[in-house]
Design a protein around this ligand. Structure first.
Ligand code: SAM
Length: 253
């Protein structure tokens, strides 16, 4: 799947747009102090490179050896630690606690994304930040309707099956799920934005550079504004691990 992923997610204007939006949003949404970063399911290494180039010590964890090898090539001379491990093994492999974790576009590929969020929370230091990006199930419904897949939308058969080499995730998530699961593991939602709130619904892709720039400006202007962020193809969160002492006090009172 490495080539398919590289072509369809990054070898396209959608991929470029996602990276351009992240470049603007991550410094706005995270408190960045050159702290160490664990990039979980780091794929081809773009995010690891981004953090590295801003002075962070980065560990990229990725279960696929093929993907990890490609990330190593892309990272070139950068000194990023590469760890071949799935998210589920990270409490043993690299327990931290980490001040900053990134996990982008991974949870929607897992059979149990809720358990994965609990694991990520356990790796965070108190006050630590999790930059979480998930594939938005509500946006998937809208794009199916826009494409005319009415029967599929009405039956709410939106998720991929994991059969054949398709890039429709098996566990697309809703904002409501992220909100309730975060609360369960003492993660507070500090920031949220939609990634590609307009671009995936266009009837015609922009044809000129000027239109591509206009589209980027529109995405940037509305990605954190209600109601638009809610229909971003991906939702980007900053989740902060609240200390835990509050929870302990509440449970004994
Ligand atoms: C859609 S890609 C996202 C890659 C990268 N985070 C990004 O935003 O470009 C999903 C990644 O999750 C990885 N992955 C799949 N199962 C995983 C697991 N159990 N733990 C960690 N990563 C996993 C895949 O190998 C793939 O690199």
């Amino acid at each position: 799947m490495v080539d398919k992923f590289a072509d369809s997610l990054y070898g396209s204007s959608r991929g470029e747009l996602r990276l351009a939006l992240l470049d603007r949003l991550l410094p706005e949404m995270l408190t960045l102090e050159r702290q160490s970063v664990l990039d979980v399911g780091g794929g081809l290494g773009q995010l690891a490179a981004w953090f590295h180039d801003r002075g962070h010590a980065v560990t990229l964890a990725e279960p696929s050896g093929e993907m990890l090898a490609r990330a190593g090539e892309q990272l070139g001379e950068r000194s990023v630690s590469l760890l071949q491990a799935p998210l589920q093994a990270l409490p043993q492999e690299t327990p931290g606690p980490w001040p900053l974790i990134a996990c982008h576009a991974v949870l929607e590929w897992l059979a149990d994304p809720r358990a994965a969020l609990v694991t990520l929370a356990s790796l965070l230091a108190p006050g630590g930040q999790l930059s979480l990006m998930i594939f938005n199930r509500d946006a998937l419904r809208l794009s199916n309707v826009v494409k005319g897949n009415l029967e599929k939308a009405l039956a709410d058969r939106l998720e991929g099956t994991g059969q054949r080499k398709r890039l429709t995730p098996i566990s697309p998530l809703t904002h409501a799920q992220v909100a309730s699961w975060s609360a369960e593991c003492a993660l507070e939602i500090r920031e949220v934005a939609g990634i590609r709130v307009f671009s995936d619904y266009l009837r015609r892709p922009p044809e000129s550079d000027a239109d591509r720039e206009r589209l980027l400006e529109l995405e940037q202007r509305y990605c954190r504004a209600d109601p638009h962020w809610r229909l971003g193809r991906y939702l980007l969160y900053t989740l902060v691990r609240t200390d835990g002492s509050d929870t302990a006090v509440e449970s004994t009172s």
